[in-house]
Design a protein. Structure first.
Length: 285
């Protein structure tokens, strides 16, 4: 891997962080006018429309051995999106984003509980740091506790469950089929979830929803391309660029500025996950 590839991958991850921030801004802008279940449906629908030509041209859907697991993963993904959208709608964007960084912590716990993976000292530090960071951000003992941040926590836990399911599916299925089946299954599931609360969006709202689908598809493409250029150990910590990107956009669009507890809690969570990832690299070596 050349230095030029690393710089390009870094730029792609930075752009992906901005796309993630724009996603959160769109959700907050639609708050009150479009139900989170409807937002989740249209995000999947417009995202599928963007990549449908690629699916038709390149993906052999019938070759997948995991039909039922694809539906389960899509349902979990839909639930995680709705939970995070609820947090973005009602809680400070930077706080909700920082809470989602705990996904690797819950993935470690899930791998220990369901896959019998060993928790070494580095992973134990990551788990303790993750929960300490959560407590710093949500401040449960203080008067400023925001219960909507628990939705972001639920989204992080569901995302960890999805990654555990993916660990099994990647053994016999290709990445292309995993992406294609996930989008194809999420659209009908999202519609079923949205119908009980359905209110047809206005043209302006539909334009924002279409932009969100495009942003989501572009974000996925940027991250995929970045990981094809550089190793995961170099790129994984760059996911934390989402926090400053969201913080800047939240300030520009909604005049939100994260308090010190958000940055402190996020720093504790990030430190723990970095220690755990470095420990994993040393074990593999």
């Amino acid at each position: 891997m050349s230095g030029q590839d690393r710089r390009l991958a870094l730029g792609l991850m930075l752009l992906a962080a901005v796309m993630a921030g724009l996603d959160a801004v769109i959700v907050r802008t639609l708050a009150g006018g479009v139900h989170p279940l409807v937002i989740a449906f249209f995000r999947a629908f417009f995202g599928l429309m963007v990549v449908l030509p690629w699916i038709v041209a390149r993906v052999d859907l019938a070759a997948s051995p995991y039909r039922g697991l694809h539906v389960l993963r899509a349902a979990l993904k839909q639930a995680s999106l709705v939970a995070i959208f609820l947090a973005f709608t009602h809680a400070p964007l930077a706080d909700a984003t920082a809470i989602t960084f705990t996904t690797p912590i819950f993935l470690t716990l899930g791998a220990w509980f369901f896959l019998n993976e060993r928790i070494d000292p580095a992973r134990a530090i990551a788990i303790l740091s993750g929960f300490a960071g959560i407590l710093i951000i949500i401040r449960p003992a203080g008067g400023s506790f925001d219960p909507w941040l628990l939705c972001a926590l639920a989204g992080a836990i569901l995302t960890a469950v999805i990654q555990l399911v993916l660990r099994r599916m990647t053994r016999l299925d290709s990445a292309d089929r995993l992406v294609a089946w996930n989008l194809l299954a999420m659209v009908p599931l999202g519609l079923l979830g949205a119908l009980p609360v359905w209110v047809t969006p206005t043209p302006a709202q539909l334009l924002l929803l279409a932009a969100q689908g495009l942003v989501g598809a572009l974000n996925m493409s940027l991250i995929t391309r970045a990981f094809s250029l550089a190793e995961a150990s170099f790129l994984a910590p760059l996911d934390y660029l989402r926090l400053p990107a969201v913080a800047v956009l939240a300030f520009l669009f909604f005049d939100e500025f994260p308090p010190w507890s958000t940055w402190a809690g996020a720093a504790v969570i990030i430190l723990g996950t970095v220690i755990a990832s470095r420990g994993g690299i040393m074990r593999r070596r």
